[in-house]
Design a protein around this ligand. Structure first.
Ligand code: SF4
Ligand code: SF4
Length: 109
């Protein structure tokens, strides 16, 4: 029977089956990445966020969930202005973190 709508596919992630090698490498380069509490202050202040959806908070979450492609797609919109670093309440050098993620990305290409 057609109800005129469909149920969205599940977005559940089975973390037991996710390859987190890249995130672990990032953690070695940037130990502070574990300090992120996903507060969203960085995204709120990011000038690229409104127009492109860039969010370092989401980038970190994607990498923690093995969604590298999604993370790298967002990263392309970062202008490295450093505003996110100025507002992070956990003192994470997000600008440096972004540079490290870019380095990992160029290694995986
Ligand atoms: S501001 Fe800092 S702690 Fe908050 S989401 Fe961004 S990186 Fe994480
Ligand atoms: S450095 Fe990148 S992510 Fe951070 S505020 Fe600037 S454009 Fe946004």
């Amino acid at each position: 029977m057609d109800f005129g709508f469909r149920i969205s596919p599940s977005s559940a992630i089975n973390l037991d089956n996710v390859d987190l090698t890249l995130f672990e490498r990032l953690h070695e380069m940037e130990p502070d990445v574990y300090k992120c509490m996903a507060c969203g202050s960085c995204s709120a202040t990011c000038p690229a966020s409104v127009y492109s959806g860039m969010s370092i908070r989401k980038v970190i979450l994607c990498l923690q969930r093995g969604r590298e492609k999604e993370a790298f797609r967002m990263m392309k919109n970062c202008m490295l202005c450093g505003k996110c670093t100025m507002v992070c309440p956990r003192g994470i050098n997000t600008r440096h973190l972004i540079l490290s993620i870019s380095k990992l990305y160029s290694e995986t290409k």
